[in-house]
Design a protein around this ligand. Structure first.
Ligand SMILES: NC(=O)c1ccc[n+]([C@@H]2O[C@H](COP(=O)([O-])OP(=O)(O)OC[C@H]3O[C@@H](n4cnc5c(N)ncnc54)[C@H](OP(=O)(O)O)[C@@H]3O)[C@@H](O)[C@H]2O)c1
Length: 250
């Protein structure tokens, strides 16, 4: 029997945002598929919790506030050679346009766009990507389907989608691929935050627009594993939508 290409054996993968939600599940699922994980985030206690949930050995935590240049550089220095990155760190802060100001703009754009761009710059300068590595960035359906109040979030996600395409263009000579995953609502602390900001009726109406229900972190992790695995070796510069049918009827 030939070996399945849907595996992560002998792959070392960095996951940002590994202290919570989608990032935590990506790390757990990737370890179940045979990968060695580098877990990054700011909250050490939550990163310790994630590492305790992983299969296999030799996983490592590298804490970093990705807003800080010296912490990004430290991360880029400390990591071993990587076969993949899943960038999950991010935030969502909806505001109507008339309430926007420089501070609010910076709060979202710095973590959702500047941080991954500058982190990738540091990793590339340190030559820490193996040939044929796979880079995965968490976007959102908002990147292509903006919503009211979504100036900051939708704009930052559209920007990360463009960045992933530029990475694909610059890195294909080394066989390195870069792709995005764009989920609709997924049950994580970010989902709970959105639920707190809507009335119960609004939330129920929104959830009712998902033919297959709202997503689970496992649904996103499975797509990330596919993109990281040898099975996706011909896929670069694309954006996979995961929405349970929401955009069909939403
Ligand atoms: N949940 C959804 O419905 C949904 C839908 C579409 C797209 N997404 C995207 O998926 C990604 C993960 O979302 P999630 O739902 O898993 O969110 P989450 O549970 O709120 O987790 C956010 C993560 O970002 C990290 N983070 C925030 N600021 C950071 C900083 N300055 N430096 C380093 N890490 C930082 C947090 O780690 P620390 O607190 O430890 O720093 C945390 O691990 C995000 O990019 C989000 O936009 C989510």
């Amino acid at each position: 029997m030939t070996e399945t290409p849907f595996h992560l054996h002998n792959k070392t993968i960095l996951v940002t945002g590994a202290s919570s939600g989608i990032g935590r599940q990506v790390a757990i699922s990737a370890s179940n598929m045979g990968a060695t994980l580098l877990l990054s985030g700011r909250n050490s206690a939550e990163l310790e919790k994630t590492i305790s949930l992983l299969s296999g050995a030799n996983h490592k935590i590298i804490s970093a506030d990705l807003l800080l240049q010296h912490e990004r550089e430290n991360l880029a220095n400390e990591i071993p050679m990587l076969d993949g990155i899943v960038h999950c760190a991010g935030t969502v802060k909806p505001f109507p346009i008339k309430f926007l100001d420089q501070k609010k703009l910076d709060e979202t754009l710095k973590i959702n766009y500047e941080a991954p761009v500058l982190m990738m710059a540091a990793i590339l300068k340190n030559k820490k990507l193996n040939k044929n590595a796979s880079l995965v960035f968490l976007s959102s359906i908002s990147g292509q389907h903006p919503h009211k109040g979504g100036t900051l979030y939708a704009g930052s996600k559209a920007a990360i989608e463009s960045f992933a395409k530029v990475l694909s263009l610059e890195l294909y000579p080394q066989g390195i691929r870069a792709n995005c995953i764009s989920p609709a609502m997924v049950k994580t602390p970010m989902f709970d935050q959105a639920a707190d900001e809507m009335s119960k009726e609004e939330m129920e109406k929104h959830i009712g627009k998902y033919p297959l229900g709202v997503g689970l972190p496992e649904d996103v992790a499975n797509a990330a594993i596919f993109l990281l695995s040898p099975a996706a070796r011909w896929i670069t510069g694309i954006n996979i939508t995961l929405d349970g049918g929401f955009l069909l009827i939403g």
